[in-house]
Design a protein around this ligand. Structure first.
Ligand SMILES: Nc1ncnc2c1ncn2[C@@H]1O[C@H](COP(=O)(O)OP(=O)(O)OP(=O)(O)O)[C@@H](O)[C@H]1O
Ligand SMILES: [Mg+2]
Length: 248
């Protein structure tokens, strides 16, 4: 087991958002995190990367145990080194070029020499099909292109796992496919990914596991095929049905 997540709790004042989330992740797993709006998906992902502090919870990463509430700054830095986070709104620096956006983490945080950082960045940009836009600024790119640059930025640190929070939901429909194609390619290359998504085709055909959440609880989790073909819970059946109907 690469990642074992146990009993994650989080509240925002009176609002209990996560009520004890568990998840086991093997190397190469692509986990689709599904659930209605407000169910706590984003909060869960943010707690795993300490963008939000859980009130309680534990994570075993590569055999090392971390307390999601009490982890030290050094532990947080160590975990973040092994992970990357891709946000819905890309979060690129608008005053920096594509190449600069992707090298920044290496040259500043990683203290790498510029030439070497450039080489690694160009390779990552090639993987996402963006190596021909090195000197463009984000405003000169489509949303799908910006999101692919954001994925390249995540790749350069050679993460063991990438967290995606609705990576395609800010995109115009015609741009979703190019980003999903990059994610599918990463999955095929064996990248471990946790993906909050409303893209059911991705969840069904690219992810191998589903974590279905509602009201801060895990309703059902397991192999994607089983989830979609034989959902165990009434809540899961309703969710799948509502998504299929929304598409008609
Ligand atoms: N910083 C915060 N302060 C207070 N409440 C918050 C905060 N962040 C999230 N919440 C609340 O926690 C609940 C879960 O939010 P979260 O963003 O995790 O849901 P989600 O499943 O990602 O939803 P969506 O599908 O709409 O993105 C919501 O009721 C939200 O309003
Ligand atoms: Mg969310």
């Amino acid at each position: 087991m690469m990642l074992e997540i146990k009993n994650v709790h989080k509240r925002f004042e009176a609002l209990e958002v996560l009520k004890g989330i568990d998840l086991n992740v093997n190397k190469g797993d692509v986990v689709a995190i599904l659930g209605p709006s407000g169910s706590g998906k984003t909060t869960f992902l943010r707690c795993l990367n300490f963008l939000e502090r859980a009130d309680q919870g534990e994570m075993v990463f590569d055999g090392e145990r971390f307390d999601l509430h009490a982890a030290s700054r050094a532990d947080v830095a160590r975990i973040r080194k092994k992970t990357a986070f891709v946000f819905q709104n890309y979060n690129l620096f608008l005053n920096k070029t594509v190449l600069q956006n992707v090298t920044l983490g290496l040259t500043v945080a990683g203290k790498m020499k510029k030439d070497q950082a450039n080489e690694i960045a160009v390779e990552a940009l090639r993987r996402v099909g963006m190596a021909d836009k090195l000197n463009n600024y984000p405003a000169q790119l489509s949303g799908g292109q910006q999101q692919r640059v954001a994925i390249a930025r995540g790749l350069v640190s050679n993460p063991e796992i990438i967290y995606f929070d609705e990576p395609t939901s800010a995109l115009d429909p015609e741009l979703i496919g190019e980003v999903l194609a990059v994610m599918r390619q990463l999955a095929e290359e064996g990248m471990t990914m946790l993906v909050v998504t409303h893209e059911m085709d991705f969840a069904r055909h690219v992810s191998n596991k589903v974590l279905f959440m509602a009201d801060g609880n895990v309703v059902e989790s397991g192999p994607s095929q089983e989830f979609f073909e034989h959902p165990q819970q009434e809540r899961s059946r309703e969710f799948i049905k509502s998504i299929l109907e929304a598409r008609k």
